[in-house]
Write a protein that binds this ligand. Structure first.
Ligand SMILES: Cc1cc2nc3c(=O)[nH]c(=O)nc-3n(C[C@H](O)[C@H](O)[C@H](O)COP(=O)(O)OP(=O)(O)OC[C@H]3O[C@@H](n4cnc5c(N)ncnc54)[C@H](O)[C@@H]3O)c2cc1C
Length: 424
Protein backbone atom coordinates (compact mmCIF):
# COMPACT_ATOMS: atom_id res chain seq x y z
CA UNK A 1 0.00 0.00 0.00
CA UNK A 2 1.42 3.46 -0.91
CA UNK A 3 1.53 6.19 1.72
CA UNK A 4 0.11 9.69 1.28
CA UNK A 5 0.94 12.44 3.77
CA UNK A 6 -1.36 15.46 3.79
CA UNK A 7 -0.12 18.71 5.35
CA UNK A 8 -3.05 20.66 6.82
CA UNK A 9 -6.56 19.48 7.68
CA UNK A 10 -8.47 22.25 5.91
CA UNK A 11 -11.23 21.19 3.52
CA UNK A 12 -8.72 20.80 0.67
CA UNK A 13 -6.39 18.54 2.63
CA UNK A 14 -9.22 16.40 4.03
CA UNK A 15 -10.89 15.94 0.64
CA UNK A 16 -7.60 14.91 -0.99
CA UNK A 17 -7.08 12.50 1.92
CA UNK A 18 -10.52 10.97 1.40
CA UNK A 19 -10.12 10.62 -2.39
CA UNK A 20 -6.64 9.10 -2.09
CA UNK A 21 -7.78 6.72 0.70
CA UNK A 22 -10.53 5.52 -1.66
CA UNK A 23 -7.82 4.72 -4.21
CA UNK A 24 -5.74 2.52 -1.94
CA UNK A 25 -3.44 5.04 -0.27
CA UNK A 26 -2.74 4.86 3.46
CA UNK A 27 -3.36 8.49 4.35
CA UNK A 28 -1.94 10.49 7.25
CA UNK A 29 -3.22 14.05 7.67
CA UNK A 30 -0.96 16.29 9.79
CA UNK A 31 -2.58 19.37 11.32
CA UNK A 32 -0.57 21.88 13.31
CA UNK A 33 -3.59 23.22 15.23
CA UNK A 34 -5.39 21.71 18.21
CA UNK A 35 -8.61 21.43 16.17
CA UNK A 36 -8.83 20.08 12.62
CA UNK A 37 -10.77 21.70 9.80
CA UNK A 38 -8.86 24.95 9.16
CA UNK A 39 -11.51 27.48 8.06
CA UNK A 40 -14.24 24.90 8.85
CA UNK A 41 -13.56 25.22 12.59
CA UNK A 42 -16.15 26.46 15.01
CA UNK A 43 -15.88 27.72 18.58
CA UNK A 44 -18.20 28.29 21.54
CA UNK A 45 -18.60 31.62 23.41
CA UNK A 46 -21.38 32.52 25.83
CA UNK A 47 -22.90 29.06 25.29
CA UNK A 48 -23.33 29.67 21.53
CA UNK A 49 -21.46 27.86 18.75
CA UNK A 50 -20.08 30.20 16.09
CA UNK A 51 -18.68 29.19 12.71
CA UNK A 52 -15.43 30.82 11.64
CA UNK A 53 -14.92 30.52 7.86
CA UNK A 54 -17.97 28.50 6.87
CA UNK A 55 -21.54 29.72 6.84
CA UNK A 56 -23.34 28.53 3.73
CA UNK A 57 -22.52 26.78 0.47
CA UNK A 58 -23.92 26.78 -3.06
CA UNK A 59 -24.08 24.20 -5.85
CA UNK A 60 -25.60 21.35 -3.83
CA UNK A 61 -28.73 20.65 -5.91
CA UNK A 62 -28.57 17.38 -7.87
CA UNK A 63 -26.47 17.93 -11.02
CA UNK A 64 -24.83 21.06 -9.62
CA UNK A 65 -21.04 21.09 -9.22
CA UNK A 66 -20.68 20.58 -5.46
CA UNK A 67 -23.30 17.84 -5.44
CA UNK A 68 -21.31 16.01 -8.13
CA UNK A 69 -18.26 16.04 -5.86
CA UNK A 70 -19.96 15.47 -2.49
CA UNK A 71 -22.36 12.68 -3.54
CA UNK A 72 -19.67 10.07 -4.43
CA UNK A 73 -17.80 11.00 -1.24
CA UNK A 74 -20.88 10.27 0.90
CA UNK A 75 -21.16 13.90 2.03
CA UNK A 76 -24.72 14.47 0.81
CA UNK A 77 -26.00 12.40 3.75
CA UNK A 78 -24.97 15.23 6.11
CA UNK A 79 -27.79 17.42 7.49
CA UNK A 80 -27.78 20.06 4.72
CA UNK A 81 -30.73 22.43 4.76
CA UNK A 82 -31.69 24.55 1.78
CA UNK A 83 -31.92 28.25 2.67
CA UNK A 84 -35.56 29.25 2.28
CA UNK A 85 -35.11 32.84 1.09
CA UNK A 86 -32.77 34.47 -1.49
CA UNK A 87 -29.68 36.45 -0.51
CA UNK A 88 -30.20 40.19 -0.17
CA UNK A 89 -27.94 43.07 -1.07
CA UNK A 90 -28.39 46.58 0.28
CA UNK A 91 -27.02 49.31 -1.98
CA UNK A 92 -27.58 53.02 -1.22
CA UNK A 93 -30.21 52.10 1.38
CA UNK A 94 -32.27 49.95 -1.03
CA UNK A 95 -32.52 46.20 -0.49
CA UNK A 96 -32.45 43.90 -3.53
CA UNK A 97 -33.16 40.14 -3.55
CA UNK A 98 -30.78 38.14 -5.73
CA UNK A 99 -31.28 37.60 -8.54
CA UNK A 100 -33.93 40.01 -9.81
CA UNK A 101 -36.24 38.03 -12.17
CA UNK A 102 -35.44 40.48 -14.99
CA UNK A 103 -31.71 39.65 -14.68
CA UNK A 104 -32.13 35.88 -14.99
CA UNK A 105 -31.99 35.56 -18.84
CA UNK A 106 -28.69 37.48 -19.00
CA UNK A 107 -27.21 35.60 -16.03
CA UNK A 108 -28.18 32.28 -17.67
CA UNK A 109 -25.45 32.98 -20.23
CA UNK A 110 -22.95 32.24 -17.44
CA UNK A 111 -24.20 28.69 -16.94
CA UNK A 112 -21.66 26.93 -19.22
CA UNK A 113 -18.81 28.67 -17.42
CA UNK A 114 -20.31 28.00 -13.98
CA UNK A 115 -20.51 24.28 -14.76
CA UNK A 116 -17.16 24.10 -16.54
CA UNK A 117 -14.84 21.54 -14.97
CA UNK A 118 -11.38 21.47 -16.44
CA UNK A 119 -7.83 22.58 -15.99
CA UNK A 120 -7.64 24.91 -19.00
CA UNK A 121 -9.54 28.19 -18.75
CA UNK A 122 -12.07 28.96 -21.45
CA UNK A 123 -11.17 32.33 -22.99
CA UNK A 124 -13.91 34.37 -21.32
CA UNK A 125 -12.95 33.07 -17.83
CA UNK A 126 -10.23 35.66 -17.38
CA UNK A 127 -12.36 38.66 -18.33
CA UNK A 128 -13.53 41.13 -15.70
CA UNK A 129 -16.78 40.16 -13.95
CA UNK A 130 -17.74 43.81 -13.45
CA UNK A 131 -17.21 44.62 -17.14
CA UNK A 132 -19.13 41.52 -18.24
CA UNK A 133 -22.09 42.45 -16.02
CA UNK A 134 -22.14 45.98 -17.38
CA UNK A 135 -21.97 44.80 -20.98
CA UNK A 136 -24.87 42.43 -20.27
CA UNK A 137 -26.93 45.39 -19.02
CA UNK A 138 -26.73 44.25 -15.38
CA UNK A 139 -25.84 46.39 -12.36
CA UNK A 140 -22.46 45.29 -10.94
CA UNK A 141 -23.05 47.19 -7.69
CA UNK A 142 -26.00 44.91 -6.95
CA UNK A 143 -24.78 41.70 -8.56
CA UNK A 144 -21.27 41.95 -7.17
CA UNK A 145 -22.88 43.00 -3.91
CA UNK A 146 -22.27 39.74 -2.10
CA UNK A 147 -18.71 41.01 -2.06
CA UNK A 148 -17.54 39.09 0.93
CA UNK A 149 -17.98 35.85 -0.93
CA UNK A 150 -15.70 37.22 -3.65
CA UNK A 151 -12.15 38.41 -3.43
CA UNK A 152 -11.34 42.02 -2.80
CA UNK A 153 -10.84 44.31 -4.75
CA UNK A 154 -13.88 43.66 -6.92
CA UNK A 155 -12.15 45.12 -9.98
CA UNK A 156 -9.96 42.00 -9.93
CA UNK A 157 -12.83 39.48 -9.75
CA UNK A 158 -12.72 37.32 -12.88
CA UNK A 159 -15.73 35.96 -14.69
CA UNK A 160 -14.38 32.52 -13.72
CA UNK A 161 -14.66 33.36 -10.00
CA UNK A 162 -18.00 35.10 -10.44
CA UNK A 163 -19.51 32.18 -12.36
CA UNK A 164 -18.25 29.56 -9.91
CA UNK A 165 -19.23 31.41 -6.74
CA UNK A 166 -21.79 34.22 -7.10
CA UNK A 167 -23.77 32.53 -9.91
CA UNK A 168 -24.33 29.38 -7.86
CA UNK A 169 -25.26 31.29 -4.70
CA UNK A 170 -27.99 33.05 -6.72
CA UNK A 171 -29.44 29.64 -7.61
CA UNK A 172 -29.77 28.67 -3.96
CA UNK A 173 -27.65 28.09 -0.89
CA UNK A 174 -27.48 25.50 1.87
CA UNK A 175 -26.54 25.53 5.51
CA UNK A 176 -25.23 22.59 7.48
CA UNK A 177 -26.84 21.75 10.81
CA UNK A 178 -23.99 21.78 13.33
CA UNK A 179 -21.76 23.96 11.10
CA UNK A 180 -18.48 23.46 9.27
CA UNK A 181 -17.01 21.18 11.91
CA UNK A 182 -19.60 18.53 10.97
CA UNK A 183 -18.23 18.50 7.41
CA UNK A 184 -14.62 18.25 8.59
CA UNK A 185 -15.50 15.47 11.03
CA UNK A 186 -17.35 13.45 8.38
CA UNK A 187 -14.39 13.56 5.97
CA UNK A 188 -11.92 12.73 8.75
CA UNK A 189 -14.11 9.76 9.80
CA UNK A 190 -14.09 8.56 6.19
CA UNK A 191 -10.27 8.70 6.06
CA UNK A 192 -10.01 6.81 9.38
CA UNK A 193 -12.54 4.18 8.24
CA UNK A 194 -10.19 3.43 5.32
CA UNK A 195 -7.16 2.86 7.56
CA UNK A 196 -5.86 6.45 7.57
CA UNK A 197 -5.32 8.91 10.40
CA UNK A 198 -5.90 12.60 11.05
CA UNK A 199 -3.48 13.91 13.67
CA UNK A 200 -3.63 17.32 15.37
CA UNK A 201 -0.77 19.28 17.00
CA UNK A 202 1.53 18.04 14.24
CA UNK A 203 3.22 21.05 12.70
CA UNK A 204 5.23 20.15 9.62
CA UNK A 205 8.59 21.92 9.66
CA UNK A 206 10.45 20.24 6.80
CA UNK A 207 9.74 18.43 3.53
CA UNK A 208 12.40 16.69 1.45
CA UNK A 209 13.15 13.73 -0.76
CA UNK A 210 13.19 10.36 1.08
CA UNK A 211 15.62 7.44 0.70
CA UNK A 212 12.91 4.83 0.20
CA UNK A 213 9.82 6.82 -0.79
CA UNK A 214 8.99 9.88 -2.81
CA UNK A 215 9.18 12.38 0.08
CA UNK A 216 9.80 12.68 3.80
CA UNK A 217 8.01 15.09 6.10
CA UNK A 218 9.37 16.12 9.51
CA UNK A 219 7.15 17.54 12.28
CA UNK A 220 8.12 19.96 15.05
CA UNK A 221 7.93 17.10 17.58
CA UNK A 222 10.58 15.18 15.60
CA UNK A 223 8.22 12.57 14.11
CA UNK A 224 8.70 11.71 10.42
CA UNK A 225 6.35 10.44 7.71
CA UNK A 226 7.07 9.18 4.20
CA UNK A 227 5.05 8.96 1.01
CA UNK A 228 3.68 11.27 -1.61
CA UNK A 229 2.88 14.61 0.02
CA UNK A 230 -0.13 16.85 -0.58
CA UNK A 231 0.22 20.29 0.98
CA UNK A 232 -2.97 22.20 1.80
CA UNK A 233 -1.02 25.27 2.95
CA UNK A 234 0.06 28.35 0.99
CA UNK A 235 2.42 27.39 -1.87
CA UNK A 236 5.10 29.83 -0.71
CA UNK A 237 4.87 28.53 2.88
CA UNK A 238 5.11 24.98 1.51
CA UNK A 239 8.14 25.90 -0.58
CA UNK A 240 9.82 27.43 2.49
CA UNK A 241 9.67 24.01 4.20
CA UNK A 242 11.41 22.15 1.35
CA UNK A 243 15.10 21.16 1.85
CA UNK A 244 17.14 21.32 -0.30
CA UNK A 245 15.37 24.42 -1.62
CA UNK A 246 13.25 24.26 -4.74
CA UNK A 247 14.71 25.86 -7.86
CA UNK A 248 14.92 29.63 -7.65
CA UNK A 249 12.83 30.29 -10.79
CA UNK A 250 9.87 28.48 -9.15
CA UNK A 251 10.30 30.39 -5.88
CA UNK A 252 10.55 33.68 -7.77
CA UNK A 253 7.33 32.92 -9.64
CA UNK A 254 5.49 32.19 -6.36
CA UNK A 255 6.91 35.23 -4.59
CA UNK A 256 5.36 37.71 -7.05
CA UNK A 257 1.82 36.49 -6.30
CA UNK A 258 -0.17 38.82 -4.04
CA UNK A 259 -2.43 37.58 -1.25
CA UNK A 260 -5.98 38.85 -0.86
CA UNK A 261 -7.27 40.90 2.05
CA UNK A 262 -8.28 39.60 5.46
CA UNK A 263 -11.72 39.54 7.11
CA UNK A 264 -12.84 41.18 10.35
CA UNK A 265 -15.70 39.28 11.98
CA UNK A 266 -17.95 40.44 14.82
CA UNK A 267 -19.63 37.42 16.45
CA UNK A 268 -22.75 38.57 18.30
CA UNK A 269 -24.80 36.86 21.00
CA UNK A 270 -28.25 38.43 20.90
CA UNK A 271 -30.58 39.11 23.81
CA UNK A 272 -33.50 36.71 23.79
CA UNK A 273 -36.53 37.38 21.56
CA UNK A 274 -35.33 40.71 20.14
CA UNK A 275 -34.48 40.12 16.48
CA UNK A 276 -36.37 37.90 14.05
CA UNK A 277 -34.24 35.16 12.47
CA UNK A 278 -33.47 35.59 8.76
CA UNK A 279 -32.37 32.48 6.85
CA UNK A 280 -30.51 34.17 3.99
CA UNK A 281 -27.30 36.19 4.00
CA UNK A 282 -27.59 39.98 3.77
CA UNK A 283 -24.88 42.16 2.28
CA UNK A 284 -24.86 45.74 3.51
CA UNK A 285 -22.50 47.86 1.44
CA UNK A 286 -20.03 45.00 1.32
CA UNK A 287 -20.49 43.72 4.88
CA UNK A 288 -22.00 40.24 5.04
CA UNK A 289 -24.53 39.42 7.76
CA UNK A 290 -25.22 35.78 8.59
CA UNK A 291 -27.69 34.80 11.30
CA UNK A 292 -26.96 31.86 13.62
CA UNK A 293 -29.74 29.51 14.66
CA UNK A 294 -33.33 30.47 15.51
CA UNK A 295 -35.07 29.69 18.79
CA UNK A 296 -38.36 27.77 18.76
CA UNK A 297 -40.33 30.98 18.17
CA UNK A 298 -38.28 32.17 15.21
CA UNK A 299 -36.02 34.68 17.00
CA UNK A 300 -32.32 34.77 16.20
CA UNK A 301 -29.88 33.73 18.93
CA UNK A 302 -26.72 35.04 17.27
CA UNK A 303 -25.32 36.64 14.15
CA UNK A 304 -21.98 37.26 12.46
CA UNK A 305 -20.91 40.44 10.67
CA UNK A 306 -18.01 39.97 8.24
CA UNK A 307 -16.16 42.61 6.31
CA UNK A 308 -12.97 42.67 4.20
CA UNK A 309 -10.14 44.67 5.78
CA UNK A 310 -6.84 45.56 4.15
CA UNK A 311 -4.87 45.83 7.38
CA UNK A 312 -4.89 44.82 11.04
CA UNK A 313 -7.48 46.63 13.17
CA UNK A 314 -5.82 47.92 16.36
CA UNK A 315 -9.01 48.94 18.19
CA UNK A 316 -11.25 45.92 17.71
CA UNK A 317 -14.02 47.09 20.01
CA UNK A 318 -14.56 50.44 18.27
CA UNK A 319 -14.42 48.79 14.85
CA UNK A 320 -16.91 46.09 15.91
CA UNK A 321 -19.31 48.73 17.28
CA UNK A 322 -19.11 50.59 13.95
CA UNK A 323 -19.95 47.32 12.14
CA UNK A 324 -22.96 46.79 14.43
CA UNK A 325 -24.12 50.32 13.77
CA UNK A 326 -23.77 49.77 9.98
CA UNK A 327 -25.78 46.54 10.18
CA UNK A 328 -28.54 48.36 12.08
CA UNK A 329 -29.45 50.04 8.77
CA UNK A 330 -30.88 46.72 7.64
CA UNK A 331 -31.67 45.14 11.01
CA UNK A 332 -33.59 47.69 13.09
CA UNK A 333 -33.01 47.42 16.83
CA UNK A 334 -29.76 45.48 16.46
CA UNK A 335 -27.62 47.79 18.59
CA UNK A 336 -29.93 47.40 21.60
CA UNK A 337 -30.30 43.65 21.06
CA UNK A 338 -26.59 42.85 21.42
CA UNK A 339 -25.91 40.97 24.65
CA UNK A 340 -22.21 40.28 24.08
CA UNK A 341 -19.81 40.22 21.13
CA UNK A 342 -16.40 38.81 20.21
CA UNK A 343 -14.16 39.56 17.25
CA UNK A 344 -11.60 37.99 14.96
CA UNK A 345 -9.14 39.88 12.78
CA UNK A 346 -6.68 38.88 10.03
CA UNK A 347 -4.14 38.27 12.80
CA UNK A 348 -6.49 35.69 14.35
CA UNK A 349 -6.56 33.83 11.02
CA UNK A 350 -2.79 34.07 10.69
CA UNK A 351 -2.39 32.47 14.12
CA UNK A 352 -5.03 29.77 13.65
CA UNK A 353 -4.49 28.66 10.04
CA UNK A 354 -1.06 30.10 9.24
CA UNK A 355 -2.44 32.02 6.25
CA UNK A 356 0.18 34.66 5.28
CA UNK A 357 -0.74 38.13 6.50
CA UNK A 358 -4.10 36.82 7.70
CA UNK A 359 -5.42 36.70 4.12
CA UNK A 360 -8.91 35.18 4.10
CA UNK A 361 -8.84 33.52 0.67
CA UNK A 362 -5.09 33.27 0.06
CA UNK A 363 -3.47 34.08 -3.29
CA UNK A 364 -5.38 36.79 -5.13
CA UNK A 365 -6.61 35.42 -8.44
CA UNK A 366 -6.42 38.68 -10.38
CA UNK A 367 -8.55 38.60 -13.51
CA UNK A 368 -5.95 40.72 -15.28
CA UNK A 369 -3.41 37.88 -14.96
CA UNK A 370 -5.47 34.82 -14.12
CA UNK A 371 -3.27 32.23 -15.80
CA UNK A 372 -0.26 33.47 -13.76
CA UNK A 373 -2.18 33.51 -10.45
CA UNK A 374 -3.58 30.00 -10.71
CA UNK A 375 -0.87 27.71 -9.35
CA UNK A 376 -0.39 24.13 -10.57
CA UNK A 377 -0.81 21.22 -8.12
CA UNK A 378 2.59 19.95 -9.32
CA UNK A 379 5.83 21.23 -7.77
CA UNK A 380 9.44 20.79 -8.86
CA UNK A 381 9.93 18.19 -6.07
CA UNK A 382 8.69 14.83 -7.41
CA UNK A 383 5.99 13.46 -5.10
CA UNK A 384 5.08 16.86 -3.59
CA UNK A 385 1.70 18.26 -4.69
CA UNK A 386 -0.35 21.30 -3.71
CA UNK A 387 -4.04 21.81 -3.05
CA UNK A 388 -6.39 24.27 -1.25
CA UNK A 389 -7.84 27.70 -1.83
CA UNK A 390 -4.53 29.26 -2.84
CA UNK A 391 -4.41 27.26 -6.07
CA UNK A 392 -7.69 27.90 -7.82
CA UNK A 393 -10.86 29.23 -6.27
CA UNK A 394 -11.66 29.77 -2.60
CA UNK A 395 -14.79 28.68 -0.75
CA UNK A 396 -16.20 25.21 -0.21
CA UNK A 397 -17.02 24.78 -3.89
CA UNK A 398 -13.72 26.20 -5.16
CA UNK A 399 -11.57 24.21 -2.72
CA UNK A 400 -13.50 21.00 -3.54
CA UNK A 401 -12.83 21.53 -7.25
CA UNK A 402 -9.17 22.08 -6.54
CA UNK A 403 -8.94 18.91 -4.44
CA UNK A 404 -10.37 16.96 -7.37
CA UNK A 405 -7.86 18.63 -9.70
CA UNK A 406 -4.93 17.77 -7.39
CA UNK A 407 -6.05 14.14 -7.14
CA UNK A 408 -6.49 14.02 -10.90
CA UNK A 409 -2.80 14.93 -11.27
CA UNK A 410 -1.82 12.20 -8.75
CA UNK A 411 -4.19 9.41 -9.81
CA UNK A 412 -4.79 10.25 -13.47
CA UNK A 413 -7.82 11.93 -15.01
CA UNK A 414 -9.48 8.64 -15.94
CA UNK A 415 -9.94 7.47 -12.33
CA UNK A 416 -11.24 10.88 -11.29
CA UNK A 417 -13.65 11.18 -14.22
CA UNK A 418 -14.97 7.74 -13.36
CA UNK A 419 -15.35 8.48 -9.65
CA UNK A 420 -17.15 11.79 -10.17
CA UNK A 421 -18.90 10.90 -13.38
CA UNK A 422 -17.44 13.98 -15.09
CA UNK A 423 -17.82 12.48 -18.55
CA UNK A 424 -21.63 12.90 -18.30
C1 LIG B 1 -14.35 34.62 7.47
C2 LIG B 1 -14.52 33.63 6.36
C3 LIG B 1 -15.82 33.26 5.98
C4 LIG B 1 -16.00 32.30 4.97
N1 LIG B 1 -17.28 31.91 4.66
C5 LIG B 1 -17.47 30.95 3.70
C6 LIG B 1 -18.79 30.49 3.39
O1 LIG B 1 -19.78 30.90 4.01
N2 LIG B 1 -18.92 29.58 2.39
C7 LIG B 1 -17.84 29.08 1.70
O2 LIG B 1 -18.02 28.24 0.79
N3 LIG B 1 -16.57 29.48 2.01
C8 LIG B 1 -16.36 30.40 2.99
N4 LIG B 1 -15.09 30.79 3.30
C9 LIG B 1 -13.95 30.24 2.56
C10 LIG B 1 -13.62 28.78 2.93
O3 LIG B 1 -13.85 28.59 4.29
C11 LIG B 1 -12.15 28.50 2.59
O4 LIG B 1 -11.91 28.86 1.23
C12 LIG B 1 -11.76 27.03 2.74
O5 LIG B 1 -12.31 26.43 3.88
C13 LIG B 1 -10.22 26.94 2.77
O6 LIG B 1 -9.81 25.60 2.88
P1 LIG B 1 -8.29 25.19 2.63
O7 LIG B 1 -8.23 23.70 2.77
O8 LIG B 1 -7.79 25.76 1.37
O9 LIG B 1 -7.40 25.92 3.75
P2 LIG B 1 -7.48 26.11 5.33
O10 LIG B 1 -8.85 25.94 5.84
O11 LIG B 1 -6.77 27.40 5.61
O12 LIG B 1 -6.60 24.91 5.92
C14 LIG B 1 -5.20 24.91 6.01
C15 LIG B 1 -4.82 24.09 7.24
O13 LIG B 1 -3.40 23.88 7.24
C16 LIG B 1 -2.95 23.95 8.60
N5 LIG B 1 -1.50 24.22 8.58
C17 LIG B 1 -0.89 25.40 8.26
N6 LIG B 1 0.46 25.25 8.35
C18 LIG B 1 0.69 23.95 8.73
C19 LIG B 1 1.87 23.19 8.98
N7 LIG B 1 3.10 23.71 8.85
N8 LIG B 1 1.75 21.90 9.39
C20 LIG B 1 0.51 21.31 9.52
N9 LIG B 1 -0.65 22.01 9.29
C21 LIG B 1 -0.55 23.31 8.88
C22 LIG B 1 -3.79 25.07 9.18
O14 LIG B 1 -3.79 25.03 10.60
C23 LIG B 1 -5.16 24.77 8.56
O15 LIG B 1 -5.91 23.90 9.37
C24 LIG B 1 -14.87 31.73 4.32
C25 LIG B 1 -13.56 32.09 4.71
C26 LIG B 1 -13.39 33.03 5.71
C27 LIG B 1 -11.98 33.38 6.11
Amino acid sequence: MSNAVVIGSGLGGLLCGSILARHGYKVTVLERGAQMGGCLQSFVRGGIRFDTGFHSVAGLAPGEPLHRIFEPLGLMRLPWRKVSTPDQVMVDGITHSLPHPADIPALARLKPLAYYIGTEFPEEASSSAAEWLESAGLDPRILLGVTLRLQSPLSEVSLHEYAHIAYHFMNGSWRLEGGGQVLAQAIADDIRSRGGSVLTRKEVVRIGPADDGPCQVVCADGSTYQGIVVSDIHPLETAALVRPSLRSSYLKRLSILKNGSGIFTTYIKLKQKQIRYVDNAISIDGMLVHFGNADDQGYAVSLDLMTHVEEEIPDRETFAKACISRASASIPGLEKAVEEFWTSTPDTWRRYTGTPGGSAYGILKQQSQLSVCVVSPRTPLPGLFLTGQNLGLHGVLGVSYTAVRTCSVILGAEKINQMFNFAQ
